[in-house]
Design a protein around this ligand. Structure first.
Ligand SMILES: [Zn+2]
Length: 80
């Protein structure tokens, strides 16, 4: 994330909002945009091979209204 990205019109959630969205998703709920209060679209971005334990599964949560999105590693319990 650079200053150039910030000024390119890409609105982003705050870190606290991203955490709340991920928490809802990890509970098996459909996350809602904290700004628009609409259900967010979930898309799974598969890594390379499905069925392999170490394949990185990424989740992309997108608000259909404000177009903000959160991309994160779908595995739980990792911290980086
Ligand atoms: Zn929104």
């Amino acid at each position: 994330m650079t200053v150039a990205d910030m000024s390119a019109g890409k609105a982003r959630y705050t870190h606290a909002e991203e955490v709340a969205i991920m928490a809802a998703h990890s509970r098996g709920e459909v996350p809602r945009c904290p700004r628009c209060n609409v259900a967010m679209t979930t898309r799974s971005l598969g890594g390379g091979s499905f069925g392999l334990g170490y394949a990185r599964q990424r989740e992309w949560l997108l608000c259909p209204k404000c177009k903000r999105s959160v991309l994160f590693d779908g595995r739980r319990g990792t911290r980086n």
